[in-house]
Design a protein around this ligand. Structure first.
Ligand SMILES: [Ca+2]
Ligand SMILES: [Ca+2]
Length: 272
């Protein structure tokens, strides 16, 4: 009986208090739900704000990049130089090529000028050498390279014959050589002829054929008034027939008949 009574009391207690508990639990759930919504809204607002800020920053950076790109198109920068490098290299090479061409042109002109100068100098030297050669030839052979039998002395050329003949023939032979029999009018010329004739007899251009005793040179000049080199006792005019003169021993002069045959000496001026 007691037991039943207790159960009844308990049932009554439950029926009295259980609805309040249920109400409290529902309220708690609502509150929690409200808080959750509020939190979600706050998070959404905050996220939206951050997205907005990031979007703004991104927009600014895009704008800045765009400006930099536009600026780099006009101003050389390290970032965009790579596309410009080949063009710059070509430009530099073209400039260097142009300079080289100009330099080569200048060198060519300079070399042409130098060549012209050298050619002129060469021509002058050739001319000088030719003159020197002629001068040396004149020094070696003043009487001409084609006439080596002629010997030079004191501005004139002398020919000493290799065969003997008469005075008149000797005179003619000298004239054929555009010369005349030698005239000895100085001690120097006497020494030269004396050294060359070496005691052999050579006709000279002296005679008294026109007037006995009046010895004249072949050019008409009087010998008695000038230099003479007669051998002692000469001219002797032996047999009244000695009208032509020759050099003899020690180069001294002697008169002999004109048909006598001996060597002869021709004389002529130095050819021009
Ligand atoms: Ca005589
Ligand atoms: Ca004589």
């Amino acid at each position: 009986m007691d037991m039943e009574r207790l159960q009844d009391e308990l049932r009554m207690f439950k029926d009295r208090h259980f609805p309040q508990q249920r109400l409290r639990s529902s309220l708690t759930v609502y509150v929690l739900l409200a808080l959750s919504y509020l939190l979600i809204i706050i998070l959404f607002v905050v996220s939206l704000s951050r997205v907005s800020v990031l979007s703004s920053q991104l927009s600014e950076q895009r704008s800045e990049l765009k400006q930099n790109h536009s600026s780099n198109e006009f101003k050389p920068g390290y970032g965009n130089l790579t596309w410009l490098l080949p063009r710059l290299s070509v430009s530099v090479l073209s400039s260097q090529l142009s300079e080289l061409r100009s330099e080569l042109k200048q060198n060519h002109s300079s070399n042409e000028f130098k060549l012209s100068v050298l050619s002129s100098q060469l021509s002058e030297q050739r001319s000088e050498l030719k003159q020197n050669h002629s001068s040396n030839e004149f020094k070696l052979f003043p009487c001409g390279p084609e006439a080596r039998e002629w010997e030079y002395f004191s501005g004139k050329c002398y020919y000493f014959s290799l065969r003997v003949t008469s005075w008149q023939t000797a005179k003619a032979l000298c004239e054929e050589k555009h010369a005349q029999l030698a005239i000895i009018n100085s001690h120097a010329k006497q020494n030269f002829i004396m050294y060359r004739t070496r005691d052999k007899r050579f006709w000279i251009g002296l005679s008294d054929q026109n007037a006995e005793g009046e010895w004249k040179w072949i050019d008409g000049s009087d010998s008695t008034a000038g230099f003479t080199y007669w051998k002692e006792g000469e001219p002797s005019d032996s047999n009244h027939n000695e009208d032509c003169a020759h050099v003899w021993t020690y180069g001294e002069w002697n008169d002999v008949h004109c048909t006598y045959e001996c060597y002869y000496i021709c004389e002529k001026p130095v050819p021009l």
